[in-house]
Structures are given as structure tokens and as C-alpha cells.
Design a binder for this molecule. Structure first.
Ligand SMILES: [Fe+2]
Length: 207
């Protein structure tokens, strides 16, 4: 029996050297979904959902980074508690980013990943590089939450309409509700409240 020939392209010399500086074409383009997934979700639905989720991802990555900026740059008498709170919210947003990105991948899409692509995609206003006062930092964070929460409500409804219950569940349970909770924790810091002496009943103004 003739000896089976190994194709030339597969012939390799076995040695311990790492093959660095390798390049090749992309295996999947951004903005596409792979065809043959047994998810019982039509390709147009997966295309629509992955496009929407990438927008949500870009905004969430921006919010995540805004929390770290706020954590580093905060100043004033509430420095310590806000420094910790901003970092706690940052950590929670890191998890949300991962949930959204992996949902995009499992739907057959391609997740945004790099800062330059996020910057081109996000709808969130770019903050200055310098430091801002605490009320401005918190207002800025609340504005971003508002954009994300609004998008979550629309996207959850669209996902249900298109039959994508998994995306609806992710958006409501893993994105919307943690964002609502973070809004509560932030917005309580913008309530004017005496620190030492209570206000006399006569001069209290109803909000
Ligand atoms: Fe830190």
C-alpha cells in the first residue's frame, strides 16, 4: 500500500520556538452574524439584536470608564465614601460589559472591544480630561445612566416583539435593574441636607 502523502502546507518542523508576529485576515467581519446556530432565532433578528446590543455595550463601556475617572479624580469632604462608591459601581459595570459582550457573541455576532471603536460608537458626551466638582461628576454619571436606562426599556420591548426572550431577560435583569439601583445610590448624594444642625420647621421649603 502506498504511503499517504502529507500536504505541503501542513508540513511543519517540530521545535520549541514560538511563532510570533503572525497575521491573517479576520475570521468574521464586524456587523455580521454567523449562519448555522441552533438557537431558533432567525438571522435578521440576531442581526438587529447584536446591533442594538453593541450600542448598549459602547455606552456601558463608557459609563464603566467614567466611574473609574470619577473614582480617581474625586475631591472634597466626601472623598472617601465617593471614592469607594464609584469603584463599587465600576466593578458592577465591568460585569455588565461582559454579560452584554458575551450575549452578542452567543447570538453569532461580533462584540465591540477596543477604546477607539467604543469612542466612535457611543452616544455619551465626552467629558473633559480635567477634574470636575462632585455635583458635576454625579450629574454626569446620572445623565449617562438615563441614556442607558432609556435604551434598555426600548430594547427589552423590541427583544420581546422579535421573540428573543434571552436578550429581554439580559437587558432587564442584568443591565436595567443594576443601573436603576446605581441611580438611586448616586442621586441621594444630590439632595441638599444639613450635616450638623437641623433646619428650623418654619423655614423649611417643600421641594
Ligand atoms: Fe482604585
Amino acid at each position: 500500500m502506498a504511503k499517504k502523502e502529507v500536504p505541503a502546507a501542513r508540513q511543519t518542523t517540530i521545535n520549541a520556538q514560538p511563532r510570533i508576529h503572525q497575521h491573517a485576515s479576520e475570521i468574521q467581519s464586524y456587523g455580521t452574524v454567523s449562519h448555522g446556530l441552533p438557537l431558533e432565532l432567525e438571522e435578521p433578528v440576531r442581526l438587529e439584536m447584536t446591533e442594538q446590543l453593541n450600542l448598549l455595550l459602547a455606552d456601558t463601556m463608557t459609563l464603566r470608564d467614567l466611574y473609574k475617572k470619577s473614582h480617581w479624580q474625586v475631591a472634597g469632604p466626601t472623598f472617601y465614601q465617593l471614592h469607594l462608591l464609584f469603584d463599587k459601581h465600576f466593578g458592577e459595570q465591568v460585569e455588565i460589559v461582559d454579560e452584554i459582550a458575551e450575549r452578542i457573541q452567543l447570538l453569532g455576532g461580533v462584540s465591540l472591544a477596543m477604546a477607539a471603536d467604543v469612542a466612535e460608537t457611543t452616544r455619551i458626551e465626552r467629558p473633559p480630561r480635567g477634574r470636575e466638582e462632585v455635583p458635576v461628576q454625579i450629574s454626569r454619571l446620572l445623565d449617562v445612566h438615563q441614556i442607558i436606562i432609556g435604551h434598555c426599556r426600548e430594547l427589552a420591548e423590541l427583544a420581546t416583539k422579535l421573540g428573543d426572550a434571552g436578550t429581554n431577560d439580559l437587558v432587564v435583569s442584568d443591565v436595567l435593574r443594576p443601573n436603576e439601583l446605581q441611580v438611586w445610590f448616586l442621586s441621594e448624594h444630590l439632595v441638599e441636607m444639613p450635616l450638623v444642625q437641623a433646619q428650623e420647621p418654619g423655614i423649611r421649603k417643600a421641594g
